[in-house]
Design a protein around this ligand. Sequence first.
Ligand code: NAD
Ligand code: IPM
Ligand code: MN
Length: 359
Amino acid sequence: MQARIAVLPGDGIGPEVTREAVACLEMVADLGGHAFRFQELPIGGAALDACGMPLPAVTLETCLASDAALLGAVGDPRHDGRPSHLKPEKGLLALRAGLGVYANLRPAFLHPALVRSSPLREEVVRGTDLVIVRELAGGLYFGEPRGLTPEVGTNTLAYSRPEVERIARVAFELARGRRRKVTSVDKANVLESSQLWRTVVGEVARDYPDVALDHLYVDACAMAIVTRPTSFDVVVTDNLFGDILSDEASVLTGSMGMLPSASLGGTVGLFEPVHGSAPDIAGRGVANPLGAILSAAMLLRHSLGLEAEARTLEEAVSLVLARGYGTPDLRCEKNTLGTRGMGEMVRNHLSRALLGIPA
Ligand code: NAD
Ligand code: IPM
Ligand code: MN
């Protein structure tokens, strides 16, 4: 097949991990007889430096004209004190809005080889396999009015019935292909937006009698995710709660560097690791590229319909981990690799699998 893929490396470790993910996609194309055309575009701090805007028009337009977009990370401490519209993060938020993506899938799967990478006890995390379905287009991130004066900072949390309904459907549909359990997370004991959220999720649930639904307050969920992670299957929640809970869930998987994501529901799918630009380790070649590589697998699956290739890439990652290899964040006892070394190791297994050579 032919596909146009927009590549937005961004800031900090973004370019380092994106390079490895793109090389995996190139291998899938070369060995699978596909023609992928990659186009690299600026976003975030890199775009602010290049042209004074966090999301140049050419970046959004090219993404909209592509089959999928792959992003690294945005965020640069040099731009931290700037007004909101001139922050690198604004580039990402404007891109999500411009693409119309509202459903952000963030799987947190613990590879069996990494049970000792998490600071949590092995018997607690073993078997973790959950997906956070984060509402991505509304809530506090986009609510109006918003603003900042020297005395008052304002943000608005509002959800409408259609916004809740469409994200709830994504969660129930996803659960049907998994363990048929949805946990809806809100703060309905305090917030009216959450009261509507809970009512609408309950109504949508009637169309899915084969899927079990429970509700948790976000504070209780924050505790349950680290005390009983294996009791979760699909977690559906709002924009801000989903942001926070997904970083927490990354701890179950061994590292922030492990989590991929897919943002769907709009014109073009956007795929990015959950982590940020990690300024503390940027430029050292030690960042874990697996979240980015697994995001590339989600791109193959969700935007290009290449399910077999997506699985092959995911299996290559699993094989590398099963052989005891890891980046420094995974705290493996031996076989520590850098970003490039890890990417090459994954591609080593990927090429064998694509060529039909037994592992
Ligand atoms: P972060 O995710 O960048 O880093 C948090 C911690 O996790 C750091 O110690 C970092 O070294 C580690 N880490 C993250 N990714 C890693 C990887 N692939 N391999 C190894 N270790 C990894 O979060 P932060 O420090 O709060 O934010 C830094 C910047 O990134 C900020 O500007 C923030 O706004 C931005 N950010 C962007 C995104 C995004 O682009 N999607 C997400 C989160 C944060
Ligand atoms: C994420 C990030 C972003 C968010 C920021 C950088 C805008 O934290 O993708 O999780 O809050 O959504
Ligand atoms: Mn986040």
